[in-house]
Design a protein around this ligand. Structure first.
Ligand code: BG6
Ligand code: MG
Length: 217
């Protein structure tokens, strides 16, 4: 029986994917490297450094590790300055009310995100109040599609992975939740690929999947 729901952040609870794309595009423009929306889409769910490798695909020279670290830091500065404008109004439609309703139905809720900016985003949007645990990029060493972040979230909740569902908008995220042995719910882009056991386009569609849990006597 499923009793915990683990949420990805970027592209599921908050539409930050567009901001990630803009920040990478600014960096690519600055370096004089073409960067397309298709490449931006492939950055979904994967780590900052893995995303940078996609950004540099069309570069006509190679870069040292030190230069790459400097580029990733530069992108993050641009991204964080965009996050300064983030408010509770920037959450995905239904995010707050669906999390609140799942809690009312008895589910434990956690974040399972590879982002190192998750705490900032949760605080600025007010989503942190609904979550019982937060597993993010600061707690893990292997990013999605590795299951580590989903397993870490389940561990923080103290719920076995088989009793957890993972909700993610990236193919890498759905693969991570699947490898963790969890029920998978693909949202948005990943749902278009029918990547999950369940595939949804709005967060409200989660509610029929998670009925009230019986109170334990
Ligand atoms: C994931 C995003 O949630 O976090 C990726 O989908 C991003 O696009 C990754 O690269 C790391 O995020 P951050 O905020 O630590 O750069
Ligand atoms: Mg995502």
């Amino acid at each position: 029986m499923i009793c915990a729901v683990l949420f990805d952040l970027d592209g599921v609870l908050v539409d930050t994917n567009a901001l990630h794309f803009l920040a990478w595009k600014e960096l690519a423009d600055h370096l004089g490297i073409p960067f397309t929306p298709e490449q931006g889409n492939r950055c979904r769910g994967i780590s900052r450094m893995a995303s940078l490798e996609i950004v540099l695909e069309q570069a006509d020279r190679t870069y040292t590790q030190a230069e790459k670290e400097q580029f990733a830091a530069e992108k993050n500065r641009r991204y964080q300055s965009m996050l300064e404008d983030l408010t509770p109004g920037h959450t995905t439609p239904g995010a707050g009310s669906v999390l609140q309703e799942l809690k009312r139905r008895g589910y434990r809720l956690a974040l399972a995100s590879g982002s190192k900016n998750a705490a900032l985003i949760l605080a600025r949007t007010g989503l942190d109040r609904w979550l019982d645990a937060v597993a993010d990029g600061t707690l893990i060493t292997r990013s999605k599609p590795d299951p580590e972040v989903f397993l870490t979230a389940a561990g923080l909740l103290g719920v076995p992975p088989q009793q957890c569902a993972g909700v993610d908008d990236a193919l890498a995220g759905i693969q991570a939740a699947k490898s963790a042995g969890m029920m998978t719910v693909a949202f948005g882009e990943a749902a278009l690929h029918r990547a999950g056991e369940h595939n949804i386009q709005t967060l409200e569609e989660l509610l029929p999947l998670f009925p009230f849990l019986e109170a334990t006597p």
